[in-house]
Design a protein around this ligand. Structure first.
Ligand code: HAM
Length: 436
């Protein structure tokens, strides 16, 4: 018989294996706490949207829309669909569709997979995950600052250091138009040093030419007219107030006049959090204000600001640090014989009633191999049930680690009915399994 070929995952799309689950859980739990602390409520939108949403929202001349979207025609009905490459356009589409801002501003957050057909490398995947916030209906700059405070608090809670905040202001449409004309003139005057991408974008998206990493173009980019010098009084006041609010909380920032971001919907505030610890994919979070997007998508004028962070990149930073999220259960139940299995399953339910996490040994295995599994499970305790225990309706509780101060290996015997209380006592009240 011909050998059956094994199939792998799609390039650039990763399985997240159980061994990584504790770190993802830890991150997601921390994020949920953060969102509650700032009063943001979760929005869940579909992974597929009509393609024009992103063309209009993100912009026809962005890398994302030009070459990175998973777009296709639904063979069943001919509709043009795209896997979402980001969450902001979807959030605004949903807010318009359900009239979410009818009674005032709304603070929303989301998390989930995004899809971009990029060249995969460390920190860059074709399916990746974002956590994003969108504050809809607020003109800022207080909300711009609030969003940056949220990021700063998250880094503090996750003990992520070495991230720098870069900020810039893109002004309003009229200011950008004046700058654009001068920028195009400058780039045209130096067209000979522009690379292919630079030439292609010269007229379609000249701001992005400034973003180029090509060393040969740095001098031209550095000498280009700076958008920040074209800002009028109102835009400047917005930016100054943002800076004051950041200073008030002790958040360090660098004004980077070349920070333009890769999506077209921004105006006024833009920002990125960058680390040098992840090689070339060092931006862990980016965002800004997009006051024109609602109208572009057919909604009422609605000022808005938001950010999204790359979860894989943040987890990579956490892996380098010394977070040690709890792995495994609190208790592993070891049993020998049919009666012991039944009692074990009952005891486990009693413990779970108290919020204690329990694994009951399943499948074959003598006492010794079960104890090995108990040890490997990460549980702090083994509950041991043999014939003798069953006949007396008792359990043996074995301490597998020294965390409780009772010494690993020590054991005690007690009636089944005493076990939940005894465990709560050693764990501290509630489920102490998460405590140090
Ligand atoms: P973005 O800068 O395109 O912004 O993406 C935000 C973050 O997602 C990036 O800083 C990065 O950490 C992560 N990311 C992007 N592409 C990849 C990839 N291929 N692999 C791994 N991580 C990636 C947005 O998406 C905007 N929607 C942010 C926003 C929200 N602006 C206003 N509201």
């Amino acid at each position: 018989m011909a050998k059956i070929e094994k199939l792998g995952a799609v390039k650039g799309m990763n399985d997240i294996l159980p061994k990584d689950a504790p770190l993802w859980d830890y991150f997601e739990d921390t994020v949920r706490g953060l969102m509650r602390a700032y009063g943001y409520r979760q929005l869940r939108t579909p992974i597929l949207e009509y393609t024009p949403l992103f063309k209009r929202g993100v912009g026809e001349h962005t890398d994302i829309v030009e070459k990175e979207m998973y777009s296709f025609t639904d063979a069943l009905n001919g509709e043009a669909l795209s896997m979402r490459p980001e969450g902001t356009a979807s959030a605004c589409r949903a807010a318009i569709e359900h009239n979410l801002t009818y009674d005032g501003g709304k603070r929303l957050w989301y998390t989930g997979p995004m899809f971009r057909h990029e060249r995969p490398q460390r920190g860059r995947y074709r399916q990746f995950h974002q956590v994003g916030c969108e504050a809809l209906g607020f003109a800022g700059p207080d909300v711009d600052a609030e969003l940056i405070y949220m990021c700063a608090r998250l880094w503090e809670e996750l003990d992520i250091r070495d991230v720098q905040l870069q900020i810039n202001s893109l002004g309003n449409a009229e200011e950008r138009a004046r700058h654009r004309a001068d920028l195009i003139a400058h780039l045209e005057a130096h067209a000979d040093v522009l690379d292919e991408d630079g030439k292609r974008r010269l007229h379609s998206n000249p701001l992005r030419v400034l973003d180029s990493k090509n060393p040969a173009m740095q001098d031209v980019a550095n000498a280009a007219p700076k958008l920040i010098d074209y800002l009028g009084a109102e835009s400047r006041a917005h930016f100054e107030q943002l800076k004051r609010l950041l200073k008030m909380r002790g958040i360090q920032y660098e004004v980077n006049p070349r920070l333009v971001r890769g999506l077209d919907y921004y105006n006024l505030t833009v920002f990125e959090w960058v680390t040098t610890r992840l090689g070339s994919q060092g931006t862990i979070c980016g965002g800004g204000r997009y006051d024109g997007l609602f109208e572009l998508l057919g909604g009422k004028p609605t000022p808005a600001c938001g950010f999204a962070m790359g979860v894989e990149r943040i987890l990579e930073l956490l892996r380098e640090g010394d977070v040690d999220p709890k792995e495994g259960v609190d208790v592993y139940v070891v049993h020998a014989g049919e009666g012991a299995l039944q009692l074990g399953m009952q005891v486990a339910e009693l413990l779970r009633d108290q919020g204690i996490e329990v694994l009951v040994h399943a499948g074959e295995g003598g006492f010794k191999s079960q104890m090995k599994k108990a040890d490997a499970s990460g549980a702090a305790f083994a509950v041991i049930l043999g014939e003798d225990e069953v006949s007396k309706n008792e359990v043996t509780l074995k301490h597998l680690r020294d965390e409780t101060g009772d010494g690993a290996g020590s054991q005690e015997r007690m009636p089944v009915s005493h076990l939940p209380l005894r465990l709560l006592e050693v764990f501290g009240f509630g489920n102490g399994g998460d405590e140090d």
